[in-house]
Design a protein around this ligand. Structure first.
Ligand code: NAD
Ligand code: DAU
Length: 363
């Protein structure tokens, strides 16, 4: 048997594929369009490994997906492929609808056609694992209870809305057609291979290069951080033992303000790469993200109780591993921070960056 992973050349997908082969010999068909966020270098260690079958393609290409499912006798789909960056969704939401909504629809339809024709035993064992986000629940105030699986959806960004829409489709394909789906909502991931448009790698690389560290607004927005290998372990567990039709929240119990995260990164760099110290002098407050969610927090009680999953990394150990990884992988960094990346940074942060240096209201 085989599993089909979509988006397996991106950050979490690549970590999942690498992690999978640490625990299984079961082959993986990895379907990825290789957008700006997909990078085969993430999977370089699998070169020549017959268990990994990479296919460059789009999840919107239903005939291709159907062919892959049949040809490889796929027993489960793990669906990561998505446009994943909130800021990009604000600048240009269309791609988010095309991939996250339409793409998930086509994937579901291809899966349904294939699954319907399977013999009884294989039909019962088939799984469609949809990897989603805590952002579909919206924003919390300080003191409000963390998101539970029963929390109502209230997505605030085009990205979050497109993920919420895809979650609804997945749920409906279970309810209406009986497709054995599993849905996960995870908090902010960090770790190796994360594209440096996202907060933690952006801060590590900018600090390393002596560039400003752009903090949106007052820096007090809160995220719950989870080291990526803990997310991969949770997904393996959900695939193995999750109940079809069920939703599982996954989180690290690591609520931090953005300012706390940057200060922790600066302190690590001061110790591990002291030539630019103190790196915190680079912290620069910039205009806030439109509609910026104030706080995310996850109640991961269900997956802990029902599936026995708990994170292995603390924020301190995970962050140190991450900083060390970026310091040791200059070649990877060089390859992903080429022309297209520089264009994005200039478009988003502006040529005149940095526009202000103290938090709003502070001279
Ligand atoms: P990423 O942007 O790093 O990777 C996305 C991958 O999907 C890339 O390899 C890209 O080439 C591929 N892709 C994009 N459009 C495609 C298409 N139409 N067909 C096939 N492949 C396509 O994203 P990530 O951070 O690894 O996130 C993976 C998934 O996990 C997403 O669904 C995201 O919503 C979800 N998620 C992410 C986080 C996080 O903190 N990064 C947290 C919770 C959930
Ligand atoms: O919560 C899960 C989500 O986490 C995933 O679904 C998304 O795919 C992933 O991108 C992430 O979304 P965020 O918007 O929380 O992540 P990002 O890394 O873009 O930003 C994290 C926080 O840091 C957020 O409060 C915005 C802030 N930020 C971000 C950037 C890029 C800054 O202050 N400055 C920046 O330059």
């Amino acid at each position: 048997m085989t599993i089909l992973v979509t988006g397996g050349a991106g950050f979490i997908g690549a970590n999942f594929v690498l992690d999978w082969f640490q625990h299984h010999d079961e082959p993986v068909v990895n379907l990825d369009k290789l957008t700006y966020a997909g990078n085969l270098q993430n999977l370089a260690s699998l070169e020549g490994d017959a268990r990994h079958i990479f296919v460059r393609g789009d999840i919107n290409d239903r005939p291709l997906v159907e062919r892959l499912l049949s040809a490889h006798e796929v027993r489960a789909i793990v669906h990561f492929a998505a446009e994943s960056h909130v800021d990009r969704s604000i600048h240009g939401p269309e791609e988010f609808i095309t991939t996250n909504v339409n793409g998930t629809f086509h994937l579901l339809e291809a899966a349904r056609a294939y699954w319907s024709d399977l013999p009884e035993k294989r039909r019962a064992a088939f799984r469609f694992l949809h990897v989603s986000t805590d952002e579909v629940y919206g924003s919390l105030e300080l003191g409000e209870a963390p998101f539970r699986e029963t929390t109502c959806f209230a997505p605030n960004s085009p990205y979050a809305a497109s993920k919420a829409a895809s979650d609804h489709l997945v749920r409906a394909w279970h309810h209406t057609y009986g497709l054995p789906v599993l849905i996960t909502h995870c908090s902010n991931n960090y770790g190796p291979y994360q594209f440096p448009e996202k907060f933690i790698p952006l801060m590590i690389l900018n600090a390393r290069a002596g560039k400003p560290l752009p903090i949106y607004g007052d820096g007090r927005n809160i995220r719950d951080w989870l080291y990526v290998s803990d997310h991969c372990a949770a997904l393996r567990r959900v695939l193995e033992a999750g109940r079809p039709g069920e939703t599982y929240n996954i989180g690290g119990c690591n609520e931090k303000t953005n300012l706390e995260v940057v200060q922790a990164i600066c302190a690590l760099l001061d110790r591990l790469a002291p030539e630019g110290a103190p790196h915190s002098r680079l912290i620069t407050f910039v205009e806030d993200r439109p509609g910026h969610d104030r706080r995310y927090a996850i109640d991961a009680g269900r997956i802990q109780r029902e599936l026995g999953w708990t994170p292995q990394e603390s924020f301190a150990t995970g962050l140190e591993k991450t900083v060390r990884w970026y310091l040791a992988h200059d070649d990877w960094v060089q390859s992903v921070t080429s022309g297209a990346y520089r264009d994005w940074i200039e478009r988003h942060y502006g040529a005149s960056f940095p526009p202000q240096s103290g938090p709003p209201g502070v001279a």
